[in-house]
Ligand binder design. Structure first.
Ligand SMILES: [Zn+2]
Length: 124
């Protein structure tokens, strides 16, 4: 069984703030299946929605590849997105955010500040 890291909402937000992104659309997450780093800006680029509010529900939850007709997760990550979503039956995620009621919400992992900065540059 995979190790799942559990953190509070406050810790989750602190880790995201530590990325130093210039805006919430550049907060970066890593898909647990294909390991690509993605943000709301990535989702908008892929056509998942036109603004942050429209893509927020997919952020850190559904891989950007779902909106670009990407294939299923490969056996080994190849830098290409996949069609994974945490809403499915298989639970293979590595991070859960625990809310004030003690409920656990699966999320993609928080990317490092370096990964976030690189992605922000890429997404302009
Ligand atoms: Zn993926």
């Amino acid at each position: 069984m995979a190790d799942i890291r559990k953190i509070s909402i406050e810790e989750f937000h602190a880790e995201l703030r530590a990325q130093g992104a210039s805006g919430k659309q550049h907060l970066a997450f890593r898909c647990p299946m294909c390991a690509t780093v993605q943000s709301a800006a990535s989702l908008m680029k892929a056509g998942a929605g036109e603004n942050f509010e429209q893509v927020e529900k997919f952020l850190g939850f559904s891989c950007v590849g779902r909106f670009t007709n990407a294939g299923s997760p490969r056996r080994a990550p190849d830098d290409q997105p996949c069609n994974w979503t945490l809403g499915g039956l298989l639970r293979l995620h590595k991070l859960e955010v625990v809310d004030g009621d003690g409920e656990c919400h699966p999320r993609f992992e928080v990317a490092t500040a370096e990964e976030a900065a690189a992605l922000e540059t890429l997404n302009g």
